[in-house]
Write a protein that binds this ligand. Sequence first.
Ligand code: NCC
Length: 276
Amino acid sequence: AAKLSPEKLLCQLRDRVNVTMIQGSDGPFDTSEWQQYLPGKSLNETVGRLGRCAVVSSAGSLKSSHLGQEIDSHDAVLRFNGAPTKGFQEDVGQKTTIRLVNSQLVTVEEQQFLREALYNTGILIVWDPAPYHAEIHEWYRKPDYNFFESYKAYRSTHPEQPFYILNPKMQWQLWDILQENSMEHIQPNPPSSGMLGIVIMMTLCDEVDVYEFLPSKRQTDICHYYQKFHDRACTMGAYHPLLFEKNLVKHINQGTDEDIYTHGKVTLPGFRNVHC
Ligand code: NCC
């Protein structure tokens, strides 16, 4: 049971979650060294004004969904981490406008990240778990995963591909709203890439359709649609407050329960269509 009405919750998200990318004018990044790596254009300038957008979770329940065409009919599509389209078009589509990756992938799986063609399409955004409400300087000194060198290496080999670093403030602004609207105490771990991606698209688009974040009738213990690995924690959450994220998204859904059941689909308004 959430505490605020869906309308009030949308206003809180719109007004309190600041979705920004690290810029050359930000704290420790305001050096000539960093200027050459950070993209010159803002994310807004790069994507322009987007109409209908799709966010595609990596859940195993996308398998056999046949949602590919519907997903590709959107103006922009956001995907996560190493989620592929090749070989899975029928279920997840082939368009990738933005790919949100976590710093663990960029660091621990650096070799794949620097080599695999799947990362070379669309706009990349990387995020890293920061200490609770830490200043950018503090986070920069002790990131969860030190992805900065790998970021620079990628930028050097793909200078034309927009690649942003998500301002870490966003994760805790969002976490505070999750906590305030939950009856239980939530562990202070940042939201999942899924939840961050949803809010990023709400800032860029008129309307956002999210697929298989709230599981459909195809719900399964299979973690990802592209792997055979079974783990219930992928859908329910372990480190990330995934269950609380899903309750919140269910609460602000403007689509029908039928759409969730059959398509795993939730429809959310873009913030420019939220009037407070
Ligand atoms: O699994 P992951 O997430 O890449 O999935 C992206 C987002 O899709 C939603 N999801 C996924 C699976 C599922 N069964 N149900 C879902 O709802 C979630 O919202 C999820 O965020 C991450 O959030 O970044 C995460 O990343 C992986 C892993 O680091 C990357 O895939 C790179 O290999 C994490 N797994 C591990 O660390 C083992 C996962 O916990 C979170």
